[in-house]
Write a protein that binds this ligand. Structure first.
Ligand code: ADP
Ligand code: ZN
Length: 717
């Protein structure tokens, strides 16, 4: 069997991703390999597929015992005999497993490094007596001090090559800078290893950083539109995971906490419930997630700033493994960075402290970016990328800027005159010339007192925040933080450096969307079929089939097993085991609705591609216009063009302004008048306040359409 045949037969996929094909070929050729691939990139396949093709046993080393079960379940469901060994198994179970291993009944064995080499129950001697074909080391960066997740027990793996000198080793990781890479190769003693570094770009993830103000309410706003979706919320402290989970429950969300301090039973229960979609939200410390490959996680939220980009990228990477659009949102406050500084210091190890502090610094820079976040992340991993990605908050926001040098000078000189000893509230009151008794008499005599009276409090807050972000001010001190100048402040005060502020922002409405015009009703039926099967087999639902696969079925409506085979995710075993069960609801749905198979539209079994970037300008708009005129809905145009509905909406509203599309297609006459009223009263710079005033009955689309129409009217008159 060739690798590609095995891919189809056992995993139901028709193409390799990234460098999977080359990696697998190297492994089959008996060569050592280091593979770097982003989370969700498809690392597991790089050893699972060779394991199927090679004679003998593949040993998989993985750091967290608790999470091996999932991988093993998924393999077994695909008809690949796999097992794991952990200390929780009783002697009976263990000896039964040993028996199966001796009889060559198992293709993949998962275990933790301490089981292999640790003093208790050392397994390496026993395994050496078996025909071992391959050794895979997952999360290989755990072996390096330079990585962000060093695990001492991984160091035991240094002895691996002594025991298995001629067995190929494949080391895999989602995060490794140059230093860590070198360390992995050295510590594992790999022989002439081939190194594969895949693109780290996760196109289907939209990155957003929001200034943290009232984070719980900000979170609720975010979750509002995602009630039925699955997500992970990361907090820094154990306590806050519990309180946040409790608060979310009170708000009617389905949420549970997870952190290393919980007892094992609670941990296992909460994790299991999340994996099975019984609980939608898991609120966790970073202890949660490694090895979790739940594919339908639609969003990852960071309530606090992570300690480094590596961790952040790995955590956000847990969103959207199924390739569908997903969100990563981080609430940032400069105070978080201060807090983390303490954690970054490593006792008695100034060299490592320095590395950790540098990593923290990079994380802060990421949060404060005013350029494309994806570009920054990719650069961090030494990857080139375009200036703009079109799908991070910075790229999705249109900023209007203005020269704010004078404002900046007022603010900085106020801080200077107040001798850098006051917080932002005091500075703002002082600038605005507050008559309050809280302002000291001697300060009221200063020249700067009241020079900023023409600017509102909220605007001052924003300006001070931006000045901090730009590095012209810094916040110092713990309980009573004060504003201080920085080395960059002087240039502004002297007038040799100009400062620009953001005037207004038009934040595009963002919501997750389906790339395909699927039948919702059918999708729900398919999900309940999947649920039943999962309960029967006692595995999480996504182990049976991913959401993406069900959406494809609900789109292409396959009518036979042969047609179902064309759907990505159906290998031979799954087809044989569950094919009929999934076909039944499709057939009866099509009969009821008088629909036929659309499988012919899916010419070739292809992985769904993320939308292409940077398509701009007239031609692209025109193309959307023509499709729309041919009677397609926005969602259909979006799906056909592989662009987001928001982009299509943007294209179409442009033609409302030019008069080529009638506004009545988008908004009723009644609503148009109401929206027009609101726009005339409050201006059209900011959409979200308009939406707030108009209420839930009005969509962003309707508001945007009206604004375009009004602009068109203005131009005409
Ligand atoms: P990683 O370990 O790199 O984080 P996984 O190995 O868990 O990622 O793979 C992520 C998802 O992608 C899994 O659901 C897996 O089945 C799927 N996948 C892997 N390779 C392919 C492929 N060639 N075609 C389609 N899906 C794939
Ligand atoms: Zn971007």
């Amino acid at each position: 069997m060739t690798p590609i045949q095995a891919l189809q037969k056992y995993f139901g996929y028709s193409e390799f991703r990234h460098q999977q094909a080359a990696i697998i070929q190297h492994v089959l050729d008996n060569k050592d390999v280091l593979a770097l691939m982003p989370t969700g990139g498809g690392k597991s396949l790089c050893y699972q597929l060779p394991a199927v093709l090679l004679d003998g046993l593949t040993i998989v080393i993985s750091p967290l015992i608790a999470l091996m079960k999932d991988q093993v379940d998924a393999l077994n469901v695909n008809g690949i005999p796999a097992a794991f060994l952990n200390s929780a198994q009783n002697p009976d179970e263990q000896s039964r497993l040993m028996g199966r291993l001796k009889n060559n009944e198992i293709k993949l064995l998962y275990l933790a490094p301490e089981r292999l080499f640790g003093s208790e129950n050392k397994l390496v001697e026993f395994l050496k007596s078996l025909p071992v074909a391959l050794i895979a080391i997952d999360e290989a960066h755990c072996i390096s001090h330079w990585g962000h997740d060093f695990r001492p027990e991984y160091l035991m793996l240094a002895g691996l090559k002594d025991y298995f000198p001629n067995i190929p080793v494949i080391a895999l990781t989602a995060t490794a800078d140059k230093l860590t890479q070198k360390d992995i190769l050295e510590k594992l003693n790999l022989k002439n290893p081939a190194i594969f570094i895949s693109s780290f770009n996760r196109e289907n993830i939209t990155y957003t950083v929001s200034p943290k103000r009232d984070s719980f309410n900000q979170l609720l706003d975010f979750l509002e539109e995602r009630k039925d979706e699955s997500g992970i919320i990361y907090c820094l402290s154990r306590k806050s995971t519990e309180s946040l989970a409790a608060n979310l429950k009170e708000e009617g969300f389905s949420a549970e906490a997870y952190h290393a301090g919980l007892d094992n039973i609670t941990k296992a229960r909460n994790q299991e419930a999340f994996l099975r979609d019984d609980v939608k939200i898991i609120v966790a410390t970073i202890a949660f997630g490694m090895g979790i490959n739940k594919s339908n996680v639609r969003y990852v939220v960071h309530m606090d700033m992570p300690k480094n980009i590596e961790g952040y990228y790995q955590e956000t990477g847990r969103a959207g493994r199924d390739g569908l659009a997903s969100d990563a949102i981080l609430f940032y406050s400069p105070g978080d960075a201060m807090k983390l500084k303490g954690f970054a210091m490593v006792d008695d190890n100034p060299e490592q402290s320095k590395i950790m502090l540098k990593k923290l610094d990079d994380m802060v820079r990421y949060c404060q970016l005013q350029t494309c976040r994806r570009q920054f992340l990719l650069k961090y991993f030494d990857e080139e990328s375009p200036e703009t990605c079109g799908s991070c908050d910075v790229c999705l926001t249109e900023f209007k800027r203005f020269d704010g040098t004078l404002i900046a000078q007022k603010a900085l000189s106020a801080v200077y005159r107040l001798k850098e000893r006051f917080g932002s509230t005091y500075v703002i009151d002082f600038l605005r010339g507050s008559k309050s008794e809280k302002i000291r008499e001697e300060h009221k005599q200063l020249k700067t007192y009241g020079v900023g009276a023409d600017i509102s409090k909220p605007d001052w807050q924003r300006y001070l925040r931006e000045l901090t972000t730009m590095g012209y001010l810094q916040v110092d001190g713990g309980e009573y933080p004060v504003l201080k100048l920085t080395t960059q402040s002087e240039a502004v005060l002297k007038g040799s450096q100009t400062v620009e502020f953001i005037e207004s922002e038009i934040v595009e409405e963002k919501h997750s969307f389906a790339n395909l015009p699927f039948e919702t009703e059918l999708l729900n039926e398919l999900k309940s079929v999947r649920r039943d099967i999962a309960i029967n087999e006692n595995v999480p639902a996504y182990v049976i089939q991913s959401d993406a696969t069900l959406m494809e079925i609900a789109t292409y409506l396959p009518q036979s097993l042969d047609e179902l085979r064309m759907i990505s995710g159906f290998g031979d075993i799954k087809l044989a085991r569950y094919g009929r069960e999934f076909l039944a609801p499709v057939k009866s749905f099509c009969e009821r609705k008088g629909l036929n198979s659309k499988i012919a539209q899916k010419k070739q079994k292809r992985e769904r591609k993320a939308k292409p970037r940077g398509e701009k300008g007239n031609d692209s708009r025109k193309e959307s216009l023509e499709l729309y005129r041919s009677g397609k809905t926005i969602a259909e145009v979006a799906a056909l063009r592989d662009l987001s509905p928001i982009t299509i909406e943007g294209h179409l509203t442009y033609f409302i302004q030019t008069g080529e599309i009638d506004v009545s297609n988008f908004v009723s006459r009644e609503k148009l008048i109401k929206i027009q009223d609101a726009v005339e009263g409050y201006g059209d710079e900011k959409l979200s306040p308009l939406k707030e005033i108009l209420g839930d009955n009005y969509s962003y689309t309707e508001i945007k359409a009206t604004i375009s129409w009004m602009k068109g009217q203005m131009e005409a008159s």
